[in-house]
Structure formats: C-alpha cells, structure tokens
Design a protein around this ligand. Structure first.
Ligand code: GYE
Length: 324
C-alpha cells in the first residue's frame, strides 16, 4: 500500500515536470491548426456582456477555434463549475472573465493543475493570491483605476456649480473593476474640495438595480447633483430614477460613467449624460493574437493593457454606429 502511494507520487511528479504544472511557469500551449477554446462568461444581463460573448464567437471563425462558451448567469459558483466542466471536456486554453476577485481563484488554480493555460479577460483576480506568469498567463484588460480617475478629471473640469454632491453607484462587490474604479475616482475627486461623495452603494453593474438604488438614495439625499456610476447600465438606470422623481439629468444632475454603450452615447447626444470613459468589450481579436503569440513561445506581459478613449458631446455622434 505504502509503496503504491510512493509510486503514485513519483508519477505525478514526473507528469508535473513534463508539463510544467507544478512549477512557477504557466502550462505551455502546443502550436496546432485548431484549438479547443473555453470562454466562461459570467452573465449575459447587459449589452456589454452580450457584445463580449459575440466577439468570442466571431473570433472563433477567423482564429480556428472550436469554442465552448458558457454563461454563469451571475453566479461565481456556477462560473467555477463551468470551468470544471470545460477542463473535463479537454480544452486547450481557457479565457476567463472572473466575476469576482477571490471566488474565481480556484478555477484558475484548477486549470493550471490540469495543464491548461489561462488568460483572464476584462476582469482580474486578487493579485496577492493568483499571479500572472505563474498561475495564469496574463490579464487582458483596461486600467480601471485610470478609468475612474479620468471620470473624476472630466467632472473636475466640467462641473459648473459651487458644490458637487455625489452619489456613487458601485459595480459588483468584490470585482476588480468595482474596486479599482472606486479607488481611481474617489482619490482623484478628493483633490477638489468642491466635491463630496454622500453615498456609495453597489448596483451590481445592472440597469435595474442601478435604478432601484438611485431611487432609494435620492430619497435619503435629495440634494444630490452628481451621479458617478461604475458602468453605463447603472447610469441609465439612475437616469430613469431621476426622471421619475422629476429631476433633469444633464441639467440639474451631472452623470459620469464608464463603458461606452450605445444607450450611453445616445444619452450624451441627448444631453442627459456628461461623459463615459470607454471600456471595450471586443476582446475576441486580442485573445486570438495573444494566444497565438503564447503558442509560438513569445514572452507575454502579465498585463496586456487595453487603451480606452473618452466619449463626450464632442465625439459621441462619431462613435455611436460602432457602439453595442
Ligand atoms: O464595465 C461592465 C461589465 O468587467 C470591464 O463588467 C468589465 C465590466 C464592464 O458588466 O459593464
């Protein structure tokens, strides 16, 4: 019995050596004509997520992927289970947008243990626990702190009143964009003493929850004249709540947000929203390019950073046709 355990351990050790799974390196990716690719989407309740999933399906055709795409319907636990099932189906490579920073770490670790290289797309995991170049190859995505700072910069430069009373609608609790968009904005706005954030609450990156939270916060803070939403869906929800309460978004309430959805660009054109800092959902082509470089043995930086634009009344009409 003892002997068998020792043998088993030796065998696992050998396998680990040959595939690199036990070491500090990420698993290699063989160069082949077709790849079995997993894309474990977190939810499909907003245009951003739908555009991202479509981008992966479109890219599958041009990048020779046999794509397995799942939808965790807003549950981190289901997202982990979806990755388990992709591992069981023998995917070559995993693209994972982790819904929250900590709960998805087991999925990253399990993929590595199974010898599957993982690329995080659009959101990241807790960098103190899972690291690029070791547990996953790279994070493909935006600088969320910078996005928050740029939203604050626009407000500082364009707010005309004496006192800005801000309600902040946060994204999904425990997600990297919610953490970082809050930090970037809050730190930057603290440099201008005209502004005060009177309430900051999660709307889970969802339109309807943004509307409901705004309704409640408006009752508690009727003096609010600025809304900073961590994404456009919540900003649109907030606009609905404000209008229902007889307020005039764009006139007596300044709305600043992040993403660049079609509805947000339309709201800017209509004069209801001031700015949206871009956060693009079109990750498919970048995923294809980075994966091919990795398979060719090229060095991949731990963070493949996406550059974002800013949409205001000056350029919203020029970009609405390419929006989603
Ligand atoms: O801003 C939001 C989506 O993770 C960058 O998630 C993404 C964010 C995006 O639900 O609309």
């Amino acid at each position: 019995m003892k002997r068998r355990i020792i043998l088993g351990t030796a065998l696992t050790g050998l396998m680990a050596l040959s595939t690199g799974i036990a070491g500090a390196e990420t698993p290699p990716l063989e160069q082949k004509d077709r790849y079995k690719v997993g894309f474990a989407q977190m939810e499909s309740n907003n245009p951003w997520r739908i555009a991202e999933t479509k981008s992966f399906h479109d890219t599958a055709k041009t990048c020779n992927w046999d794509l397995i795409a799942t939808d965790a319907a807003g549950s981190a636990a289901k997202q982990v289970a979806d990755v388990d099932s992709m591992i069981a189906q023998g995917i070559d490579v995993l693209f994972l947008p982790p819904r929250e920073e900590k709960p998805l770490i087991p999925a990253v670790m399990k993929a590595k243990a199974a010898g599957i290289p993982t690329f995080l797309v659009d959101r990241s995991v807790d960098p103190n626990v899972a690291k690029p170049g070791e547990h996953f190859v790279a994070f493909l995505g935006s600088d969320f702190i910078d996005q928050g700072e740029r939203a604050a910069d626009w407000l500082i430069a364009n707010f005309e009143g004496d006192k800005g009373v801000i309600v902040e609608l946060e994204g999904t609790t425990g997600s990297s964009p919610a953490n970082d968009r809050k930090k970037g904005f809050d730190d930057q706005i603290a440099t201008d003493d005209r502004f005060e954030i009177v309430a900051s609450q999660t709307g889970d990156f969802a339109r309807d929850m943004g509307r409901q939270v705004m309704e409640t916060l408006l009752q508690a803070h009727p003096e609010v004249n600025v809304v900073y939403a961590h994404n456009d869906e919540m900003a649109i929800g907030a606009i609905q709540a404000l209008e229902l309460a007889g307020r005039k978004p764009g006139e007596d309430v300044t709305i600043v947000s992040i993403d660049g959805t079609r509805d947000a660009l339309q709201a800017i054109i209509d004069g209801k929203m001031g700015v949206t800092v871009e956060s693009s959902p079109f990750f498919g082509p970048l995923a294809c390019e980075v994966m091919q470089k990795y398979a060719a043995g090229e060095e991949i930086p731990g963070w493949v950073q996406v550059k974002d634009r800013v949409f205001t009344v000056d350029n919203a009409a020029d970009h609405i046709d390419e929006a989603y």
